[in-house]
Design a protein around this ligand. Structure first.
Ligand code: F0G
Length: 455
């Protein structure tokens, strides 16, 4: 049996451009050592994100052609709503242009000073939307998640005793509670059904509405099927339906497990809150039967939501990430283990032990991957989650490089090329030096910061 079989054949191809190492050295310097500032045409393999970068299927492109672009009451919205309700089961579906717009609605209406919102790990936009409203974003992921090498199967779980303690100490100050499936900021790790049930029961006990950040729900459902006793015979869709039956609502970026290049929604059971959200939606996104999307987007997403739950696809998807993790670990490159759903997370501190956190080792590794291989990953370390307080850097607790896999885009040969690039980086690891920040924005600084080599 082959290692991986891509469960599709390729009908339309897009060229990718090779550059020389000399050219890439110049491109990196021009981009101030921040790959977010590199032109995508100068990237050979783009693993910056799995968001909005998926290849749509022939069926999705066909659906695009029947999109109804009516301002109000579009047929495409009703088709979209029906598919979302079939899987997610919530009463009200509020379409948004992407996931963060759904977060913004919730944070604007329910956030604000004095409020605290728990999660396993908030992702950057969720945290930023909550903090921008004046509320606090609290991470309560289980202790197993802190050990990068531990093979605990559900490292996205919330620490239930800590959640209970937190809710008891903050009665009246928690307008809603969250969990993120899979846990992107914590290595793309899944949350078990048992933990989801306990999270739901704990939030209910304290009267706190339970909202699931569900960007990668299909991957999480697949992990439950593979790893949790009692779920092996259930379909990913049945598992997803069970997950969402435990919650009061969901935020969703359809740019991930929706197979969309754009799209999202907020889904809720509570009518009054849904009405308030819709009123705000009209102000910021658009009329409630399109939000921030075109009719054709909603058509393609309704098809994508069905395809994302297909077993052949999920098997290939998760196996690809696992394959890269196995090969890298064999070379001696440490990663978050076990393999997550959408990305490989490389531990940059152990890759460059000579670099202190203040020299941004994960940003350095991101730059070296580009310099040597034209590969673009993203830093999930002190550039993203550290802060500058009165000019002093407070580091993040991990220095990771995320190599996120666009869905149905790259083949196993691309993965093998990347592993070869890592072999080169390993040989040269002692020669690299660190980076410092030259310029940064007050929030979400990693997107636009300028860096400079230390020497
Ligand atoms: N929640 C999680 C867990 C995410 O990973 C993201 C986006 C969002 C919310 C926001 O969704 O981009 O549609 O507004 N993550 C992307 C990433 C950007 O690269 O991981 P969005």
């Amino acid at each position: 049996m082959p290692e991986i079989i891509e469960p599709f054949r390729i009908k339309a191809v897009e060229p990718i451009r090779s550059t020389t190492t000399d050219e890439r050295c110049q491109i990196l310097a021009d981009a101030h050592y921040n790959p977010f500032l590199i032109h995508a045409d100068d990237v050979l393999i783009d693993l910056l994100t799995d968001s909005g970068t998926s290849a749509m299927s022939a069926a999705q492109w066909a659906a695009v052609m029947v999109g109804d672009e009516s301002y109000a009451g579009s047929r495409s919205f009703y088709r979209f709503q029906e598919k979302v309700q079939e899987i997610f089961g919530f009463n009200f579906v509020i379409p948004t242009h992407q996931g963060r717009a759904a977060e913004k609605l919730l944070a604007t209406l329910l956030g604000g000073p004095g409020h605290k919102i728990p999660n396993n790990n908030h992702f950057d936009t969720t945290r930023a939307n909550i903090e921008y409203s004046g509320a606090e974003a609290i991470d309560l992921v289980c202790s197993e998640a802190k050990d990068l090498g531990s093979d605990y199967p559900f490292k996205g779980n919330i620490d239930i005793p800590r959640l209970r303690e937190f809710l008891a100490a903050n009665r009246g100050d928690v307008p809603f509670g969250m969990v993120t499936i899979t846990n992107n900021a914590g290595g793309g790790q899944p949350v078990s059904m048992a933990n989801l049930r306990e999270i739901s029961a704990t939030y209910r006990e304290f009267g706190v509405p339970f909202i699931i950040d569900s960007c990668r729900f299909a991957e999480n459902a697949w992990f439950i099927k593979q790893r949790e006793p009692g779920y092996g015979h259930k379909s990913p869709k049945e598992i997803a339906q069970e997950i969402f039956s435990l919650a009061d609502g969901a935020t969703m970026s359809l740019k991930k497990d929706g197979f969309g290049n754009i799209g999202g929604f907020l889904a809720l059971n509570e009518e009054k809150l849904a009405e308030q959200c819709r009123n705000l939606l009209i102000l910021t996104e658009g009329f409630p039967t399109y939000g921030g999307m075109a009719g054709r987007d909603m058509e393609a997403l309704a098809v994508g939501l069905e395809e994302t739950l297909q077993e052949d696809y999920l098997r290939y998807r998760v196996r690809t990430v696992e394959y890269v993790v196995e090969r890298l670990n064999k070379l001696g490159v440490q990663t978050v283990r076990p393999a997550g759903g959408h990305a490989v997370y490389v531990d940059a501190r152990s890759f460059y032990p000579q670099l202190p956190q203040s020299a941004f080792p994960a940003q350095v590794l991101v730059c070296e991957l580009y310099r040597h291989g034209g590969i673009r990953g993203v830093e999930i370390g002190s550039a993203m989650f550290g802060r500058s307080v009165d000019g002093v850097e407070i580091p993040a607790d991990k220095e990771l490089v995320r190599l996120a896999m666009p869905r149905r885009v790259y083949t196993q040969a691309h993965m093998n090329y990347m592993i070869e690039v890592f072999e080169v980086l390993l040989k040269e690891r002692e020669q690299v030096s660190g980076l410092k920040i030259l310029k940064q924005a007050p929030i979400l600084r990693h997107f636009t910061a300028w860096f400079e080599p230390l020497n």
